[in-house]
Design a binder for this molecule. Structure first.
Ligand SMILES: NC(=O)c1ccc[n+]([C@@H]2O[C@H](COP(=O)([O-])OP(=O)(O)OC[C@H]3O[C@@H](n4cnc5c(N)ncnc54)[C@H](O)[C@@H]3O)[C@@H](O)[C@H]2O)c1
Length: 354
């Protein structure tokens, strides 16, 4: 078991372990009790033992439909109604057991219901363990715009059990690997090398490898969150692959999963970095071959560049007409720029798709 303390506006622990044997002790140790649990239908079905373990401590369990389509106001509204019915009060702790969708919804609910309740995150996908459960961003999609409504609200405890990752489908597992590779490629060269050297064991989900990659990602993200909790500047580096990735995700009408779109986005943004001489061909090829090893896509077809650029321009994070890109500047570093002309980006994407 390993622990990381995050010192943001609220100080909290992230416990990383394999198995649920420590969960009750950790909850008690952090003085957390009376839980209102939010999960989704798949997690509830596959991991019933978790819910049995918590049975005596739970005021209610809400099981939402699985997937991005249900990350919306209707689900939020149903949850508020259920919480009123179950007499959730200011002493109740909201507990999310699920992937990024459950975690983002539960975080929003905890931050808004009765002006804020305590929150425990128990993330069950690779994306949720390495990324979304850390840093407090939450929210839901509105009018087809991803995460339009939401805020930043830190949890009181994050309990990461890497055993959850063993029941993910291959597609969902490698989807999360895109974010893991992102941390290595733009934040930490040693970690990128580790991923390359241990890719076979990681692909086979060996327990020690899972513990190590989740620990490293949480450490990297935690440090960035401590420096820039409100996403003013430093945290933008974590958007590597996401500017073009979000455009691809939207243009595909969400048929391409988030991590898959980020994988193509990282390949495309690195191609732009290569054209600008920020990285050399060897580093570019190292990234592409690692993404390919994990069966992640590195090109898009059947999507129009014009359409992708249109969606990028509509991205909620945009505050000006410029397109902000995170470009690797050697492995383990990146620059953030809004200075590239749209015509240059268009031409680069055109060349990238060939
Ligand atoms: N808040 C943040 O900082 C942040 C960061 C990254 C992503 N996100 C959000 O996270 C979401 C994507 O996360 P996700 O990929 O976890 O999606 P998800 O929650 O939809 O989970 C993906 C699928 O895996 C299933 N699942 C979950 N755990 C499982 C397990 N252990 N075994 C088997 N199946 C399991 C789910 O039921 C679902 O069908 C997006 O909405 C994205 O916007 C948020």
């Amino acid at each position: 078991m390993r622990e990381i303390k995050i010192k943001a506006s609220k100080e909290y622990d992230i416990v990383i372990t394999s198995g649920r044997q420590n969960l009750l002790f950790q909850l008690e140790n952090h003085k957390l009790k009376n839980f209102y649990v939010i999960t989704d239908e798949n997690v509830y079905e596959i991991h019933r033992a978790y819910f049995d373990l918590l049975r005596d401590k739970v005021l209610g369990i809400s099981i939402i439909r699985a997937g991005e389509d249900f990350k919306n106001y209707e689900t939020v509204s149903k949850l508020y109604e259920d919480m009123i019915k179950k007499d959730v009060n200011r002493k109740t702790t909201v507990m999310a057991i699920g992937g990024g969708v459950v975690g983002d919804l539960a975080g929003f609910i905890a931050s808004t219901f009765m002006r804020g309740l305590k929150l425990v995150q128990i993330p069950t996908t690779l994306i949720a363990q390495c990324d979304s459960s850390v840093g407090g961003k939450n929210g839901y999609n509105f009018n087809n715009i991803k995460n339009l409504i939401g805020n930043i609200y830190q949890p009181d405890l994050v309990y990461i059990d890497v055993n959850f990752l063993k029941t993910l489908s291959s597609r969902e597992y490698v989807n999360g690997m895109a974010e893991v590779i992102k941390y290595g490629f733009v934040c930490n060269k040693n970690f990128f090398n580790y991923l390359n050297e241990n890719k076979k064991g990681i692909m086979e989900r060996e327990a020690d490898k899972l513990l190590h990659i989740v620990y490293e990602c949480v450490k990297i993200k935690g440090k960035i969150v401590e420096e820039d909790e409100l996403d003013a500047d430093k945290r933008h580096i974590l958007n590597f692959g996401h500017t073009i990735g979000h455009g691809i995700e939207s243009a595909s009408h969400f048929n391409i999963l988030h991590g898959e779109a980020v994988s193509i986005g990282m390949a495309a943004e690195s191609f732009i970095a290569l054209k600008l001489g920020l990285i050399d061909i060897k580093d570019y090829e190292k990234l592409i071959s690692l993404l390919k090893f994990f069966n992640l896509p590195v090109k898009f077809s059947n999507l129009k560049i014009e359409e992708i650029l249109e969606y990028i321009k509509k991205d909620k994070k945009k505050i000006s007409k410029d397109i902000k890109l995170i470009l690797p500047d050697g492995i383990g570093h990146a620059i953030i720029t809004s200075e590239l002309k749209h015509s240059f980006i268009y031409e680069a994407l055109n060349e990238f798709t060939k």
